[in-house]
Write a new protein. Structure first.
Length: 526
């Protein structure tokens, strides 16, 4: 089974399984195709995180393939420039891209087919072109409007001077060359070879600092996933520098309420979702950072007794206006899931961050560079403060669930700060309300904005805004307003995430897959 946000990527992932490839082979093949077909959200200029269920060993493995800030860029640069925040776009927002090293680490441990065979379909598609799908076309047009003047951008992503329209054929032979080099030489092609030289030229040639020494020093990190229980399910996330433990914190808070006894979509239900998010996100802003540079009290943050202290702050009848963090001690993305016949499963997420990332494009090799470095804080006392060689706070989070020690669910929800909120809503739909895998993702969602940010940006003193998708009962929304929530209904599906999942039936061992209607993709198997 393969579930992705773009049809061609799903098709090629399934073909890789049919050839005898592993779930990891299928995941890499699909991700490479997404780098071509969905450059608005991902590519080899971005980072990667993955959780892999190894059926033979009966355990999970976590991979943090996120990159670090340039070694030659000191925080004092921003102070001298009078900057209160790192620029959102441009060369100063670029950190080391970790995706290719992530592919190579995953493949070395869990791949079955040669890397050249895994990347061959993406190379062929990049040369021949593909038909642009509707959701991606809309994001592409928006990105082109904002970034058309960025270095190298129009040359690669605006053939004929414009973003490709729905149904237009887009080819990227420069990206094919990059993939061919990686297929032949592995990570060396990207981190010490000609691609590294091109990255350095693209960044330093336009006032940035990232260079070949930063790429050569990069290494992914195998990490132990961390977990909590939610009504009999074990839910796993990766530890910081990502935001995955926010999901675990929210679930721990919500477990103390009988959500399943409430009407789905009622004011009571939505109120609890939003209030749990507010509390977890204040901790997220205060504590989540690169653990090599800051003490992140993960075990305390995801402890049940800590959740009880946070849960006690929830007013069942009134929206919190200015919650704070607890005393715990010291945009655009693609998600995919794959599963093979041996029982191995992959939960993988990969991103350039905001649509097309920094806008800086490595034109000779057809890809853009991420702007993940913009997520550092400039306050030197902050856990997520900028430092050379440091991983920034990260929003992309793959997830996994087991039951009775068996692999059950690989899933994720794209969309920056929506990711923890979306994952919790999907899980609650499955566990508390008994929805099917597809329905759990298609159901309308809510999104709260206005919490304190890991960059140091302050929370909205009025309590923030709850954005609501169409589909909730007007009476429930009126009651939420009566509890003090500021609501805004929006039909912009892209702002509510993008979900894919594969679930394993523990009785029959058959897989079911889902890919929600907010994206272009689908799930398929054989």
């Amino acid at each position: 089974m393969v579930a992705t946000s773009q049809p061609l990527a799903t098709e090629i992932g399934v073909a890789m399984l049919e050839r005898g490839g592993s779930a990891v082979d299928a995941a890499i093949a699909a991700n490479a195709v997404l780098g071509l077909t969905e450059p608005t959200g991902c590519g080899i200029g971005g980072d990667l995180f993955a959780i892999v269920w190894d059926a033979a060993g009966g355990r999970l493995h976590g991979l943090n393939a996120s990159g670090r800030s340039p070694l030659s860029l000191a925080r004092e640069h921003f102070a001298r420039a009078g900057s209160s925040a790192i620029p959102t776009r441009g060369p100063l927002s670029v950190s080391v891209p970790g995706a290719v090293d992530g592919w190579c680490e995953l493949h070395a441990r869990f791949g079955r087919l040669p890397l050249r065979e895994v990347l061959a379909p993406a190379i062929e598609c990049a040369r021949q072109g593909f038909a642009v799908t509707p959701v991606i076309a809309a994001a592409w047009a928006a990105g082109a409007g904002a970034l058309h003047a960025s270095p190298g951008f129009a040359e690669v992503f605006m053939p004929g001077g414009r973003a490709p329209a729905v149904g237009a054929s887009f080819a990227n032979p420069a990206l094919a060359r990059a993939y061919e080099a990686i297929a032949a030489e592995g990570r060396a092609a990207f981190y010490t070879g000609p691609i590294a030289a091109a990255v350095e030229h693209s960044v330093r040639g336009h006032g940035g600092y990232l260079g070949r020494e930063d790429l050569a020093a990069h290494a992914s990190e195998w990490v132990e996933p961390v977990a909590t229980t939610y009504r009999g399910w074990h839910v796993y996330e990766l530890p910081p520098n990502g935001q995955g433990i926010a999901v675990l914190q929210m679930l721990n808070i919500l477990e103390g309420f009988e959500l399943g006894s409430l009407e789905w979509g009622s004011a009571e239900h939505l109120h609890l979702l939003v209030e749990a998010k507010k509390l977890a996100f204040e901790d997220r802003a205060r504590y989540y950072a690169d653990p090599r540079f800051a003490t992140v009290p993960v075990e305390r943050l995801i402890a049940k007794d800590y959740a009880a202290t946070r849960r006690a702050l929830v007013d069942l009848k009134r929206a919190a206006v200015a919650p704070t963090h607890g005393a715990a001690g010291a945009g655009d993305t693609v998600y995919l899931a794959t599963a093979d016949a041996a029982g191995n499963m992959v939960s993988l997420i990969q991103s350039n961050y905001m649509g097309f990332g920094s806008g800086v494009t490595v034109a000779p090799f057809g890809f853009g560079l991420q702007n993940r470095g913009s997520q550092f804080a400039l306050d030197p006392t902050h856990a997520n403060a900028y430092a050379p060689g440091k991983r920034p706070f990260h929003t992309i989070i793959p997830a996994f669930a087991t039951r009775d020690g068996e692999a059950l669910l690989a899933f994720g929800v794209m969309g920056a700060a929506m990711q923890p909120q979306g994952q919790v809503q999907v899980l609650s739909n499955l566990v508390d309300f008994g929805m099917g895998l597809q329905a759990a993702g298609d159901a309308p969602r809510v999104r709260h904005e206005g919490s304190t940010e890991p960059t140091g940006a302050a929370q909205d003193p009025s309590g923030g805004t709850v954005y609501v998708e169409p589909g909730f009962a007007p009476a429930a929304l009126a009651e939420l307003r009566g509890r003090g929530h500021r609501l805004e209904t929006t039909a912009d599906a892209a702002t509510f995430g993008g979900y894919q999942a594969i679930r394993r039936d523990l009785r029959t061992l058959a897989y079911s897959g889902a890919s929600e209607s907010r994206k272009d993709g689908h799930a398929a198997g054989y």
